[in-house]
Design a protein around this ligand. Sequence first.
Ligand SMILES: Nc1ncnc2c1ncn2[C@@H]1O[C@H](COP(=O)(O)OP(=O)(O)OP(=O)(O)O)[C@@H](O)[C@H]1O
Ligand SMILES: [Zn+2]
Length: 816
Amino acid sequence: MKFADVILPLALPKNYTYAVPPEMEDAVQVGSRVAVQLGKQKKYTGIVKAVHGMAPLEYKTKPLLDVLDRDPVVYPNQLLLWQWLASYYMCTEGEVLNAALPAHLKLSSETLLLFNDAFGDDFTGLDDSEYLIAEALHIRKELRIEEVQLILDKSDVYSVIKKLIEKNVLLVYEELKEVYKEKKENYVQLHEHYAAEEQLAGLFNELGKAPKQMELLLAYLHLLKTQGSVLQSELLKKSGASAAQLKGLVDKNVVWIEKRTVDRVPGAGKADAQVDFVLSPAQEKALAELHHCFESKQVTLLHGITSSGKTQLYMKLIEEHVNSGKQVLYLLPEIALTAQIIRRLQKHFGKKIGIYHSRFSNNERVEIWNKVKTGELQIVLGARSSLLLPFRDLGLIILDEEHDASFKQQDPAPRYHARDSAIYYAGLFGAKVLLGSATPALESYFNAQQGKYGLVELTERFGGVAMPAIEIIDLKKEQAEKTMQENFTPQLRNAIGVSLADNKQVILFQNRRGYAPFLMCTTCGWIPNCQNCDVSLTYHRNQDKLQCHYCGTRYPYVHTCAACGSSNTLVPKNFGTEKIEDDLIQVFPKARIARMDMDAVRNKDSHNKMIQLLEQQGIDILVGTQMVVKGLDFDNVNLIGILSADSLLSFPDFRVNERAFQLMEQVAGRAGRRDGQGKVIIQASNTRHPILHFVTTHDYKGMYAAEVAERQRFGYPPFYRLLKITMKHKQQQVVEQAAHILSNWLRPHIGANLVGPAAPLVGRVRTYYLQEMLIKLPRDTKVIAQTKQLLREHFTKLQAEKQYRSVLIVPDVDPV
Ligand SMILES: Nc1ncnc2c1ncn2[C@@H]1O[C@H](COP(=O)(O)OP(=O)(O)OP(=O)(O)O)[C@@H](O)[C@H]1O
Ligand SMILES: [Zn+2]
């Protein structure tokens, strides 16, 4: 008898073993999907993790209901990655599976099946079982899996359902909006008859009487010449003609329309890689050093200052790996994945490159998933989650902007860090990892210093452009002398004026969105808070609403103070990007001003459009949050303003200095990238903060040395590892008691390295009260593994107690 261990898409503490019925023995394979029953009612599809001959001792096995795939959907290396992620980040393999598989590869008994009206009612291509289900669906429009089982009078219905999905008869509800279908587009083709010059000339004569059709024809010929093929939609747009006018040409047998399947995944025309630029001598040297490092190290850190051309080096490395038949994964923070970087890469790698991030539809994800699996896509440019794609033969992972905190997943599990996970995953393939940044994470630079990673430094900007000059302006002094106009010092106002007069562009940075981070009653000091979270509400003037940035709830503007009853005494305090935008309009009424933050660019298109507008110099002044920082490359920006450095340097976190340095150095790096030296103006109240000194001198190493000494003194990363435990419950007393009990159990084992429990700064979020504990762990793999095991046991023990069963316990390994 054979048995299969199956990973189910649930947060189950362990995997279940099922018996393999003899008729499925040949079909069942590691990495294939199988349908199984869990408990009395529920059915799921899971993935086979192992096939073996050992019956479990603790329970009687149920049989597999069905094997869904002839070819496994994941490779053994994915299964190893899932296992590692679950164990290292303290979650279940089911949770990892859930994050990794695109929705259409998951089915469960809760799944609702719908009839696909587009299929019509021609059922001739279906076999008997398929026909029965299709007919039932056609009449009833939707069915649950149990109903399908009743109709067919058998339990193993998953293969029938799968076939019906493939034949486009049936839709799975989760994907209703975007079920996987090939995408078709209409292309216009000139009739062969007119390929010859004379015939075409004759046609022109004929159409002389029909000017619109003539325009259509001219537009067609132009598009054909420039693009090789002619999309109907583009032709109509370019010629300004209507569909009816185009139909006129079709009726005259001049052109015909062909429906073609097109790739959803955007890929520019060229099929071949062509990396045709020349590296500068400094870049050549760095490339040689990278090769040298990779001879002995799996991981190398490329520390290259802003605009030194790191991206060009990546492209050279990508080319080498692609030429040797390997796959390459290029990871970027989500918001940095803009049309700008995509275009830069597509220019050189054309169709070999695929893009993958969370804003993609399920359809697009499935397409990429399949092409990565077959190896057809050799390069993937993606955000964190593209690490979970089924690579076939990975040769290189590049992590650009590797210091970026968004490489760490927050919610839900797996709470993984793409950098560390990439290093593990690459190891399975014997692949290399390149970490790149102008401001590396302290942890990475430390590892490089220790010799664990290779280190290559690129210390000059491409084209010999100088680093921007940095000027710190004393906000206190200017405020005392009453020279401020809104939030601008005279120095910043002047500099903006000079840039505008020179037709240059300006970027202003402020790390808060909205109009004002909070309102305050001038009579009694009352501040409006969120009802679900212990946090003040941000004022958004454009919507005339107050908004909680923790749970997203919106509230109408308040005119009367809830504490003292005075009316119209609430005033905005502090300032966000919306306010700066408003101020700019007043101070520079003629300038073209735009704002880039999460409110202004909700979808990927508006974000890309704004970047494009900036590239084409349709914007004079851009004000934005972190978003304006990430990896952007503009020719004409020569001034950067940081409106308040204090707000970056004053929140309670041991990484605050590192983060502030990275942000300011990165945003400064957007200035003067092409010609002439750029300028950065930083407004600050505390002008003597040591970090400002390091920013002024672009002194990463100085910052590193100072910070690392502090970290060592206080026992923080990179010297210690951190593990944060957050506990949540709707009742404050329950969560406090639970945290107290858990910490009392843990303290004898962990001692002084257990900090807390205590309520975090924002002690209640989304109506849940929070308690946090921090565990500092020595960098010793064995101790770390033992501690995680200890925690797992005690979590289980706590949740076995009835009154604490509903307390949520969230472990976060290596929190950022
Ligand atoms: N060898 C080269 N040939 C042509 N152009 C280059 C070369 N190296 C760099 N450039 C150009 O210089 C600019 C800066 O390079 P790039 O964006 O790669 O820098 P970077 O190091 O990634 O900067 P950042 O860290 O600030 O994002 C880009 O416009 C790039 O096209
Ligand atoms: Zn809230």
